[in-house]
Design a protein around this ligand. Structure first.
Ligand code: 4AD
Ligand code: MG
Length: 431
């Protein structure tokens, strides 16, 4: 007899099979018990008639939700059932029966209650499909970079320098020395790119950001890439290919989960089908002003502005050529206008906001020393980084893609806290 996982159940219709899992939910008509089992790969409905096995019926009828168990039965095709089949239950071996009711009921709870019970919440409802999509997104990103000849590498988490400005650093006492949790692996990837050519990693990033929005976490995962001999244009072309590849691959691989999430994947596929527009920051400001937004050249985009730009184009859009003083110290200035940088943010449609930030990097020692000084950053901690411009500097570019925001857009969920197993936000360190 086959021990199967629920995602493969349809392949075993007609067979007697065993599933290891948990009792997810239960309904009874008095004569028939409908037992929903889950195993991490999906949910399947088991059916048990009192007349067929009164003893098993009575025992199963008393089992509380989230009882861990091994269930055996025969699979029967049923077109109305999710996954296309049901299980006629013949045997149940209980592994552990909870003595208290499972705290997460299959009804509405407040966000705070759910977040306090995140360790249990992840077993229920949309959370399983979201985390399965997350897995597929990570794999697709890795697949893309592997196919493009990138070398996977790593950057340290404990660092002595700031990348993305000094206001969002998490300080750490490093044996008496001041250290920080990394805001981005970029500076280190620039070094590795000079050793290996094209590199990437998916790593954690930390921002002590006091923002309580649905797009900000204090700890999040970023896919970062850095490419020697890439200019701004090549950087954007690569990002566009990456986003299209990942969305297409995940829609294909996780169609069942996206259906459970009620995500309209036709919309998603259409959004990435054709070229992503490239719009200057100045033109984006004009578009927003025309639409009646109160925003001036030099202002940061807020969530409503990003949403408006997404709506305006109906697909991901690159906003490029930002004023230099709005962006970090390491970005290369445009040749034709040194007041703007060769950087772009990729704004996702449907209100999901900025999913990628990237730029061509300053590649001469003189420019880098000058820009560090302009940002009042001390040269000493960046000594090693300056070395990269001393020994065989080349034009290079790279970017960071926020995994949580990308996953939120793909899944169509409104808050990124649902896209990571254990979200970290201000005021939340547990569970
Ligand atoms: O735009 P950011 O700050 O860019 C960098 O850190 C660059 N050093 C990356 C690089 O070039 N290697 O962050 C990159 C992306 C953003 O576009 C956003 O999607 C995501 O990371 N991000 C966040 N996601 C969740 N919570 C936060 N607090 C985030 N801050 C940035
Ligand atoms: Mg950014």
């Amino acid at each position: 007899m086959a021990v199967i996982t629920i995602d493969h159940a349809a392949e075993f219709v007609g067979d007697e099979v065993t599933v290891n899992g948990w009792l997810y939910n239960k309904r009874s008509s008095g004569k028939i018990l409908f037992l929903e089992f889950r195993d991490g790969t999906g949910v399947i409905q088991g059916v048990l008639a009192r007349a067929d096995n009164p003893e098993l019926f009575a025992r199963a009828d008393r089992l509380p939700r989230e009882t861990s168990l091994t269930v055996t039965g025969r699979l029967r095709a049923d077109r109305r059932a999710p996954g296309g089949c049901e299980l006629d239950v013949e045997r149940i071996e209980v592994i552990q029966e909870p003595t208290e009711p499972f705290p997460i009921e299959l009804k509405e709870h407040t966000p705070n209650f759910l977040l306090d019970h995140r360790h249990l919440w992840i077993r229920t409802g949309r959370q399983v499909p979201i985390l399965r999509v997350r897995d597929a997104v990570f794999r697709a990103v890795r697949g893309f970079f592997y196919e493009r000849g990138f070398v996977a590498t790593e950057a340290p988490i404990l660092t002595g320098t700031s990348v993305e400005g000094t206001t969002t650093l998490f300080p750490v006492d490093y044996f008496g020395e001041q250290a920080y949790l990394s805001q981005s692996g970029q500076l280190y990837l620039e070094a590795t790119a000079m050793a290996l050519g094209k590199v990437y990693w998916i790593g954690p990033a930390f921002r002590a950001e006091k923002s309580k929005t649905r797009k900000h976490l204090t700890e999040f995962w970023m896919a970062e890439a850095e490419m020697a001999f890439y200019d701004h244009g090549a950087n954007l072309a690569l990002q566009e290919d990456l986003v299209r590849y990942v969305v297409t691959a995940v829609v294909d691989e996780r169609s069942r989960e996206l259906e459970q999430l009620k995500r309209d994947t036709a919309v998603l596929v259409e959004e990435v089908r054709t070229t992503f527009p490239r719009v200057s920051y100045a033109d984006a400001i004009a578009i927003l002003q025309d639409a009646g937004h109160d925003i001036q050249y030099g202002d940061d985009f807020g969530a409503p502005h990003e949403a408006a730009l997404g709506d305006h184009f109906g697909k991901p859009v690159f906003i490029e050529r930002f004023p230099a003083n709005m962006k970090p110290f390491y970005m290369k200035r445009a040749h034709d206008d040194p007041s703007v940088v060769l950087a772009a943010d990729l704004i996702a449609p449907e209100g999901y906001g900025e999913i990628i930030g990237g730029s061509q990097r300053v590649d001469t020692l003189e420019d880098l020393e000058r820009q560090l000084a302009e940002y009042n950053l001390p040269a000493e901690p960046y000594k090693w980084y300056l070395d990269l411009r001393r020994y065989g500097a080349v034009p290079h570019a790279g970017f960071g893609m926020g995994m949580a925001r990308l996953i939120a857009w793909i899944c169509g969920v409104s808050h990124i806290r649902e896209t990571i197993p254990f979200p970290r936000q201000i005021n939340r360190l547990y569970p």
